[in-house]
Design a protein around this ligand. Structure first.
Ligand code: NAP
Ligand code: GLV
Length: 331
């Protein structure tokens, strides 16, 4: 079996090859280089160039070394047919990412609940500043989790376990104990011309008066720019934004305006439209924006390799596997 590997952003290629070789002992694993159009049974990739897929015959499946497939689907939209419709694109499902997302989301939300962000600013203001702030009442500190998939569901449950009122938003309706759920599908198909986008009513209802938004939607044409002026206007004044999904979800100018107007009190951003976030970007100069370099849930080599190997084994036995991306839907 021949496996093509390309993931320069996910660390040492030799370490990846060693991890894959342990779970796929019969595989010949090679790192893709430009011009390599030779045969491969499987491709294991993260943010590959389009060229990797062109003039390539025989692939049985493409494994995406992450949850989000937006980078691959972007060039499929730009040049339809780059991915063969007969070759499944399979994303990672959890592989240790949900635990990381839980930690990150809990840390960010509790930091705002307990106003640690404000105490940090006070300490940094240059003068000793001893001031006790009124706590935010937990019962009204409503958290809206956008996206109730593999990661969002666990994050919503974790946040609810702190006694916070949690709402969740997804495409199809979910039932999650103790979490109020909203589904965009409810509005699909019935939107009159000129009305807000499909799903907007459900999204509005989920955001209405919320104190925190935690975003875990996939990046698709439908979700592009979903965190915009209109969405921010729905939130309680002085709300918080925690974006863990993709930079394309945020209309950056709208967020900066909302921060300056006090509509958004602070934001924790792990992902950006341009990564690395350029040195001159205004977010770097915003004291109320906390920046991390796309690390909220990193791809872990061993569990990822194990999940991919288990799916290759299942596919070669002719069995169905989970995690196949619906290319038309975009996730
Ligand atoms: P997932 O299992 O595919 O879940 C996606 C969720 O979003 C589902 O609940 C889906 O609804 C919902 N959704 C999709 N389109 C929608 C729409 N138009 N309106 C309303 N809801 C919609 O994905 P996941 O594994 O949880 O990962 C989510 C995202 O997190 C990834 O796509 C990736 O961008 C991001 N991520 C970031 C990092 C990082 O380090 N920053 C790491 C991992 C993942 P249904 O359930 O009804 O289908
Ligand atoms: C990381 O951003 C992922 O999508 O797994």
């Amino acid at each position: 079996m021949k496996v093509l590997f390309f993931a320069p952003e996910t660390g040492d290629a030799d370490a990846w090859r060693a991890s894959l070789a342990r779970v796929l002992p019969d595989a010949d694993i090679r790192v893709w280089h430009p011009g390599d159009t030779a045969y491969a049974d499987y491709a294991v990739v993260w943010r590959p160039p389009r060229e990797l897929f062109t003039a390539r015959e025989g692939l049985k499946a493409v494994f995406n070394l992450g949850a989000g497939v937006d980078a691959i689907l972007r060039f499929e939209r730009e040049a339809p047919g780059t991915l063969s419709p007969d070759v499944p694109l399979i994303r990672l499902e959890d592989t240790g990412m949900a635990a990381q997302m839980n930690e990150y989301a809990a840390y960010a939300v509790l930091r705002y609940l307990r106003r640690f962000d404000e105490y940090e600013l006070m300490q940094r203001c240059g003068e000793p500043h001893w001031q006790v702030l009124d706590p935010h009442p937990r019962e009204t500190f409503v958290v809206a989790v956008l996206g109730l998939g593999v990661l969002g569901t666990q994050v919503a449950r974790t946040l609810a376990s702190f006694g916070l009122p949690v709402r969740g938003y997804s495409r199809s309706m979910k039932t999650l104990a103790g979490i109020e759920t909203f589904a965009s599908d409810a509005a699909l198909g019935g939107t009159p011309p000129g009305a807000a986008a499909p799903g907007a009513a459900a999204l509005d209802a989920c955001l209405e008066g919320a104190r925190v938004v935690v975003n875990l939607l996939p990046s698709t044409p439908e979700t592009e720019g979903v965190l915009n002026r209109r969405a921010f206007a729905r939130l309680a004044r002085g709300a918080y934004l925690v974006n863990l999904a993709r930079g394309a979800h945020v209309v950056e100018e709208d967020l900066l305006d909302a921060l300056h107007e006090g509509r958004i009190a602070a934001a924790t951003l792990d992902v950006f439209r341009e990564e690395p976030l350029p040195a001159g970007h205004r977010f770097w100069r915003e004291p109320r924006v906390t920046i991390t370099p796309h690390i909220s849930a990193q791809t872990l080599r061993e569990p990822a390799a194990q999940q991919i190997a288990a799916k290759i084994a299942a596919l070669s036995r002719g069995e169905a596997v989970s995690g196949i991306v619906d290319v038309a839907r975009g996730y």
